[in-house]
Design a protein around this ligand. Structure first.
Ligand SMILES: Cc1cc2nc3c(=O)[nH]c(=O)nc-3n(C[C@H](O)[C@H](O)[C@H](O)COP(=O)(O)O)c2cc1C
Length: 222
């Protein structure tokens, strides 16, 4: 499965089976984590086989059923931490999808988890991503019209539209899709988070999708 297909097939999954992640798959996930931590200057950690990890949740909608594995998205506090967590978290999410796993971004953490995490000075836990073999594959979310998220100061070339379409497949908190991408006169693309809860994490996720759709070499970020 290539990354475009992984982007199309990924949906939030909130119910998991008991199937364990085997050692070979864990090692492959760890390789991607190491790469993301290095490139993104993050301290992402993988926790597996923790039954009840999400059980403290009092939510009805958004509850993770039988969640026992997760990525803890951690990094040194900085103004761009949330965007980097979004970008590299989605890289992990799509890699996990390619390995046959399902995921759900979860905008909170739980006491039981926090105790296990290994924090350095100035580290902040931004959120977690539930991971495992789903009871189902989730469902496609409703996407905004492309005209709401893609603006251009001139023409809209094919690569730009492909990038915006890919961004519309991205998971965002409560499916808010507040990001916009503007193609400037000088050919660079400006990405704006909008204003909302978790919009900077959403922007990082959407930028990763945009790069996959448009082709990273087709353009430069403003
Ligand atoms: C930053 C962020 C936080 C999220 N927090 C939660 C959450 O706390 N609980 C939950 O069930 N889903 C959460 N989600 C998942 C979104 O509800 C979901 O991605 C969105 O509705 C789009 O659906 P899709 O992922 O199936 O495309 C979160 C997603 C993001 C990106």
């Amino acid at each position: 499965m290539d990354l475009i297909e992984a982007m199309e097939k990924r949906h939030a999954v909130r119910e998991y089976t008991d199937r364990q992640i085997d050692d070979e798959t864990k090692a492959k996930l760890q390789e991607v984590i190491d790469e993301c931590n290095k490139e993104g200057n993050l301290n992402i950690q993988l926790f597996t086989d923790e039954p009840g990890a999400f059980d403290e949740s009092i939510l009805i909608y958004g509850k993770i059923k039988n969640g026992r594995n997760y990525f803890a998205m951690i990094g040194e506090n900085a103004p761009d931490l949330e965007e980097r967590v979004g970008y590299y978290g989605e890289k992990l999410v799509l890699s996990a999808q390619q390995m046959g796993l399902n995921t759900c971004w979860v905008g909170t953490t739980y006491k039981k988890m926090n105790k296990l995490m290994n924090l350095r000075e100035n580290d902040r836990i931004v959120l977690v991503i539930a991971l495992g073999y789903g009871e189902n594959q989730g469902e496609a979310h409703k996407s905004k019209d492309i005209s709401c998220v893609a603006k251009s100061e001139g023409d809209s070339p094919e690569w730009f539209l492909k990038g915006a379409k890919a961004a519309l497949l991205a998971p965002t908190a409560i499916n808010q899709q507040r990001f916009t991408f503007t193609l400037l006169e000088d050919g660079k693309v400006k990405a704006d988070p909008g204003r909302a809860f978790f919009c900077k994490v959403d922007l990082g996720i959407a930028k990763y999708h945009f790069e996959l759709g448009a082709g990273k070499d087709s353009f430069e970020w403003a």
